[in-house]
Design a protein around this ligand. Structure first.
Ligand code: AMP
Length: 469
């Protein structure tokens, strides 16, 4: 069968995708559109705004990218210097890189220019790339805010705006940057907002930015993929290192992501694994962009079997074929558990998620079980066994869930949200949000904004006014 004949049969053609884009979807192996694509592509082609409740893995990137690319191809006019026709905002650098990669695949043969604007890497090459103007700009809000303020990027011609993983942008303290950026785009623009969860602040943001949106929801909040086998291992914090190493000695765990709650925790787990003879890569917000991308590439191409990650750094990353997720500790937010285990069991493949739980994490475990609506089976119980690092007979005070107490007392770990006091390690009440607790992060946060600098009120005069919502 020729490519053209195949194209006729492709479900994307029925959604209104044609020409080079249709061919590219076939070349990418997208035979049938995913539900989010079926629901949102025709609406966007008609010019409608989208409010999408969807997680990474749902196919949302193609869902928003294909209609935008179709329209840009149809425009065919010249771009003005420093402008972008479409802007996609993403919370993390990794997600932004991944979005650009997907767009390049989908726009193959369509003469679409893309550029990335990200923090953590030199701005010189970014400014140079956007100099002549680009079709699609993918950016993290912090760096883009800086470049717009300095006049290196002009958003007045931006007719398409996508906010991807809006809830994460909120968690990371980007909300004001996002609003300011949206305000600087074209008055009559088309907007799509995607979020895995819909806390009040995001609903409010959507109301301000979207015009009569089509609401698309693909995975109800808190559901986990059926094909992921989940269990817990009960163990004291001091036992976790040995348990993890024993687990990883099993070579059938061929591609493993180990989640740690904090950046320091992730570093420590990685160090311990290396001391125990494993090769592991780590990604978190204190690592340089190059180091993060290198770790991710190695994990993706299979040369790295074990990736240690924090929630923020791993969020939105789509690496196919992850066989196991190990939660070295539970996240502060029950919903992060759902995101973590969603890294495995992708595209119908089996996945296994194991969570190591110290007794001090029991309240977090209960929250997780409430949100996933199931009780997690106990795979192993090490609580009756002696602590490997504690001489027999020695009495000690009960241990915290981890030894990041100092870090926790100084600030929230790793961009996690929440308003409670202290952490388990700090001895206060567990600061585990009861559904939708969305205070701005402080302290130890990898990708969030730097403290507010005096002049950063806005982009200055001459910007287009916000359109009526
Ligand atoms: P996303 O949620 O956009 O990160 O997409 C998750 C994964 O699904 C990516 O690896 C995409 O390449 C893939 N994907 C998206 N749409 C389709 C489709 N219609 N058929 C098969 N795979 C798809």
């Amino acid at each position: 069968m020729t490519n053209e004949n195949q194209a006729e049969l492709n479900g994307f053609a029925k959604l209104g995708i044609s020409g080079a884009l249709l061919k590219a979807t076939i070349a990418a192996g997208f035979t049938e559109p995913k539900p989010i694509q079926v629901e949102s592509i025709p609406a966007q082609l008609e010019g409608r705004d989208i409010l999408g409740i969807a997680q990474t893995g749902s196919g949302k990137t193609a869902a928003f990218a294909l209609p935008i690319l179709s329209k840009i191809i149809a425009l065919g006019t010249k771009r003005r210097p420093k402008t972008a026709r479409a802007l996609i905002l993403a919370p993390t650098r990794e997600l932004a890189v991944q979005i650009e990669d997907t767009i390049k695949v989908l726009a193959k043969g369509a003469h679409i220019s893309t550029a990335l604007v990200l923090g953590g890497v030199s701005r010189f090459s970014q400014v140079k790339k956007i100099g002549p103007g680009v079709d699609v700009l993918i950016a993290t809000p912090g760096r883009l805010t800086d470049l717009v303020r300095e006049g290196d990027v002009i958003l007045a011609d931006t007719q398409w705006l996508v906010l991807d993983e809006a809830d994460r942008m909120l968690d990371m303290g980007f909300i004001n940057d996002v609003k300011r950026i949206a305000k600087a785009t074209a008055k009559f623009r088309q907007t799509a907002l995607f979020s895995a969860t819909m806390p009040a602040e995001i609903a409010e943001l959507a109301q301000g930015l979207l015009r009569d949106p089509v609401r698309v929801e693909v995975a109800p909040q808190g559901t986990t993929a059926a094909e992921i086998r989940q269990s817990v291992v009960l163990a004291r914090t001091k036992q976790k290192r040995k348990i993890l190493s024993d687990m990883l000695a099993d070579e059938t765990m061929r591609s493993v992501i180990v989640f740690a709650r904090t950046k320091h925790g992730a570093d420590r787990v990685t160090r311990d694994l290396e001391r125990d003879g494993f090769e592991a890569a780590v990604i978190h917000g204190n690592k340089s962009q190059n180091a993060r991308q290198k770790a991710l590439n190695g994990f993706r191409d299979g040369s790295v079997r074990i990736l240690v990650a924090t929630d923020i750094a791993a969020r939105g990353i789509d690496v196919p074929g992850i066989s196991h997720v190990v939660n070295f500790d539970l996240p502060d937010e029950a919903e992060s558990y759902v995101h973590r285990i969603g890294r495995t069991g992708r595209n119908g493949a089996d996945g296994i998620a194991v969570t190591l739980v110290d007794p001090s994490e029991n309240s977090k475990l209960k929250q997780v079980e409430r949100i996933i609506r199931m009780k997690l089976p106990v795979d192993a119980d090490h609580l009756g066994q002696p602590d490997p690092q504690r001489p027999a007979g020695e009495h000690r005070m009960p241990q915290p869930a981890n030894d990041d107490a100092g870090e926790r007392r100084q600030g929230r770990p790793n961009g996690q949200r929440g308003r409670g006091n202290g952490g388990n390690g700090g001895g206060g009440k567990p600061r585990f949000a009861k559904g939708g607790d969305h205070g701005a992060p402080k302290g130890d946060k990898p990708e969030g904004r730097k403290p507010f600098r005096g002049k950063r009120r806005g982009f200055g005069g001459g910007k287009p006014k916000a359109r009526a919502a």
